[in-house]
Design a protein around this ligand. Structure first.
Ligand SMILES: [Mg+2]
Length: 389
């Protein structure tokens, strides 16, 4: 009945917009009606990497909008047929904002809970640092990310550095940076409730790709060597967290760009050259197995909420995250495929040729379960295999 209503609604929408109701639109909806009639819970879920799979820069690639539309009963209303998430090491904005941006770029209704970013696990550190003075590093709005997670005393490294005169000896040559900082500063950044120059930083969070490497390496070394107070004597190293450890990623430029892992290597190398004790840090993001465990749990929750009044064998297991198969579609063998391989059952890895990997066959060190040209091909394969075409 629900499926019938969907067909009628779609027809009504077409009528409203003066469009003819054609078979390519009715056909998939009729099929989803037959699935609904069986009240079958979804038995599989999909995790998509973003950069180099779904988007290059801000442009959709590999037929990604068409591929995603096939995972909905009705993509206008956002009613999911197949549970899926975006599992990216990228970030810089809160999940809600990223979901809105992706919805606009891809033409489907994406929920904040479907966006799992490199920095999403920082939430789990809230208990430890909720009221502590911490510094957030990276492009986008790293303070907004941390504030959205509940951290109360966060400053961006831009704002933090501005309180220490001459901390960056190259600042006078970076007029563009100073100008931009003043324009973009949010209220939280402009009115710190702490005495920045006497309060020790308890932790530094590299939320997204750092913008000004020379300044950030200098200031982070200052913070980390002095127990959190630049310009003072050496002290115990504050905690340091990276949202991911990708050496490179595929952006708009034809060849790969240096990622957060490259920044980590640079910082670590400098720090270890000027400090007696080696740098201590924790990196999150793919290929860490817990990231895939988290994605599995989220897909289970999405399956539960997407199937509504599911009945029959398997329905009770959906909430227990017992989806029978989980697909990871990525372009980076050492991150996406390596991660899915380490996570093991029930993950199945699919490597696309639209990003970092461009080989003819499979990757030698981290071979995927399947190699395809595009994400659209990957989704087509999955839906055929699962009998959901
Ligand atoms: Mg990628």
């Amino acid at each position: 009945m629900e499926g019938l209503v969907r067909i009628l609604t779609k027809r009504a929408l077409h009528a409203q917009h003066g469009l003819r109701s054609t078979s390519p639109i009715i056909f998939p909806i009729s099929r989803s009606f037959s699935n609904l009639a069986q009240n079958k819970p979804p038995s599989f879920g999909i995790a998509f990497d973003i950069d180099g799979v779904i988007l290059r820069g801000e442009s959709p690639i590999g037929g990604s909008p068409q591929a995603l539309r096939r995972l909905y009963h009705d993509h206008d209303s956002g009613s999911l047929k197949i549970p899926y998430v975006f599992l990216t090491n990228g970030g810089g904005f809160p999940e809600g904002r990223r979901a809105l941006e992706l919805s606009g770029l891809l033409g489907v209704n994406i929920l904040p809970s479907q966006v799992l970013q490199g920095h999403s696990p920082f939430r789990q550190l809230l208990e430890r640092f909720e009221n502590e003075f911490v510094v957030a590093v990276g492009k986008g709005d790293p303070v907004a990310v941390m504030v959205a997670y509940g951290f109360k005393n966060v400053l961006s490294i831009d704002e933090y550095a501005s309180h220490f005169e001459n901390i960056d000896p190259l600042a006078q040559f970076k007029h563009w940076t100073i100008k931009k900082d003043k324009q973009n500063s949010s209220p939280e950044q402009m009115s710190p409730r702490i005495d920045v120059c006497s309060e020790r930083v308890q932790a530094a969070f590299v939320v997204s790709d750092p913008v000004d490497w020379s300044r950030d390496i200098q200031v982070l070394c200052d913070i980390l060597r002095t127990g959190g107070l630049p310009g003072r004597e050496l002290g115990h190293q504050p905690s340091l967290y990276f949202a991911s450890d990708d050496l490179a990623y595929q952006a708009k430029f034809p060849s790969e760009r240096l990622g957060m892992g490259a920044f980590r290597i640079a910082l670590e190398s400098v720090y270890n050259s000027i400090h007696p004790n080696p740098l201590e840090y924790t990196s999150f993001g793919k290929p860490k197995p817990f990231v895939f465990k988290n994605a599995e749990a989220t897909l289970g929750q999405l399956a539960l909420s997407s199937c509504g009044n599911c009945r029959g064998p398997g329905a009770q297991n959906v909430g227990g995250h017992l989806l029978k198969r989980l697909y990871m579609i990525g372009d980076n063998p050492s991150v996406d495929i390596n991660g899915a391989r380490q996570a093991g059952h029930p993950w199945f890895s699919i490597l696309t040729r639209t990003g970092v990997f461009k080989g003819n066959r499979n990757h030698a060190e981290f071979p995927a379960d399947l190699v395809v040209d595009t994400v659209e091909e990957a989704v087509d394969y999955i839906l055929r295999k699962e009998g959901s075409l």
